[in-house]
Design a protein around this ligand. Structure first.
Ligand code: NDP
Ligand code: MG
Length: 394
């Protein structure tokens, strides 16, 4: 068996840690080339000791000097780099076969694109990168021949339920609809009044999944499903009206594909990200992920409901941005990142999140995308506008 060399971008986060857990079970098949972290230096140091990467990447020079000294003390050969260019370097390095793109938010766009452009097998967790740059990102995949495999559990499920030739077009392969499941998050049953006073720690306590803070808030607001709708459109070349969202509180059915003959294929499993990670790492083979077998009798029942767009307006805002196209999705994503950070910092309420995003979307006009710099400019304008809205409010 040949050894695959893997760079894990965002190794210190929730997806990064799960990725290393799967890889540690298959040391005969995968070797870590690079690990990256941003603030959790203790976690990164431990990971380096265990996986002995050629490179570690951190945010700044101070962190790099400290980590390098710590690793030298332990007689480790790992070279510590820092900064945005180093992230791109370890993503595109000729030595690397597989890149796990698990940095959160817009910060992951450039390194993820660097991996795509270098023609790697790219395991895409960083959905914000694809949401921001959809057409450009997918064109880069086609140009370089990169293998793009979705890590988001829903998209990984859809990928598993699609025929091998789905890139020919959904109509040609007989797909009628994609059914994207959503747990509904911790506030699924809350009234608008209750939503107005929820706290960041309540929002980060997801009932089924253990995740980073940003995606936890996105799940609570349903913006995560909005971003996933956009992600599904790009990954599977679907129109927004071909993607339907269904609330499924148990998070056992990870998503479904509805065919014109009435067949509906679903992928089921325990809610544990190691399943999609193992699937994408080994595809088309299967490897053990460490996830327990699904006990259907313990699950007992599977419920499905329609989403409530009045209590959770973010999904509709994302649908509108998806239909508008151009830079609208980058504007939506940037406004959401500012909104989530402001909510987590106690600067605004949970119900302000969609208000800030709607204001930003209606103030900044969507434009035809020219290039990556144009997308990053739209991102910057949206952040400035969202911050202005916040400053006026307080
Ligand atoms: P976490 O917040 O747990 O981890 C984020 C990672 O990105 C950490 O390694 C963090 O470093 C690093 N990071 C943060 N900011 C920067 C920056 N400016 N530059 C470079 N690195 C940075 O998030 P998750 O693991 O939960 O999510 C990662 C991505 O995967 C997100 O896009 C999310 O939407 C997606 N995803 C996550 C799922 C999950 O179950 N967690 C499910 C599906 C998708 P440090 O921790 O050292 O600060
Ligand atoms: Mg998901």
């Amino acid at each position: 068996m040949t050894l695959s060399r893997v760079s894990v971008l965002g190794a210190t986060g929730s997806i990064g840690v799960s990725t290393l857990d799967v890889i540690a079970r298959h040391a005969d098949q995968y070797q870590i080339h690079a690990l990256t972290g941003h603030s959790r230096m203790d976690v990164l140091a431990e990971q380096c000791l265990l996986h002995k990467p050629a490179f570690a990447v951190v945010a700044n020079a101070g962190q790099a000097v400290a980590l390098q000294a710590r690793l030298h003390e332990q007689k480790l050969q790992t070279q510590v780099l820092h900064g945005a260019a180093a992230l791109e370097q370890v993503a595109a390095d000729a030595e690397v076969d597989v890149v796990m793109a698990a940095i959160v938010g817009a910060a992951g766009l450039r390194p993820t694109l660097a991996a795509v452009r270098a023609g790697k097998r790219v395991l895409l967790a960083n959905k914000e990168a694809l949401v921001m740059s959809g057409a450009l990102f997918m064109q880069a995949v086609r140009d370089s021949g990169a293998q793009l495999l979705p890590i988001d559990s829903e998209h990984n499920a859809i990928f598993q339920c699609m025929p091998g030739n789905y890139a020919d077009g959904l109509a040609r392969v007989g797909v009628r609809r994609i059914l994207l499941t959503a747990s509904g998050g911790p506030f699924r049953e809350f009234s608008v009044e209750q939503l107005a006073s929820v706290t960041p720690s309540q929002a980060c306590a997801h009932p089924n999944w253990s995740m980073g803070q940003k995606i936890s808030v996105d799940s609570a607001s349903m913006m995560n499903k909005g971003l996933e709708l956009i992600e599904a459109c790009w990954l599977f070349d679907a129109r927004p009206d071909q993607v339907e969202v269904v609330i499924h509180p148990q998070s056992v059915v990870h998503s479904l594909v509805d065919y014109v003959d009435g067949s509906v294929l679903a992928q089921l499993g325990n809610p544990d990200m190691r399943t999609p990670i193992a699937h994408a790492l080994a595809w088309p083979r299967r490897i053990n992920s460490g996830v327990a077998a699904l006990d259907l009798l313990a699950v007992g029942r599977l419920d499905f409901h329609a989403p409530d767009n009045l209590r959770f307006p973010c999904l509709q805002l994302a649908r509108q941005a998806a239909s508008a196209g151009g830079t609208a999705c980058a504007i939506l994503n940037a406004a959401n990142e500012v909104a989530v950070a402001a909510f987590l910092a106690g600067r605004m309420s949970f119900t302000d999140i969609p208000v800030m995003i709607e204001h930003t979307l209606s103030t900044i006009t969507s434009e035809q995308v020219q290039d990556l710099d144009h997308i990053l400019l739209a991102d910057q304008r949206a952040r400035t506008q969202a911050e202005k809205w916040l400053a006026r409010r307080s």
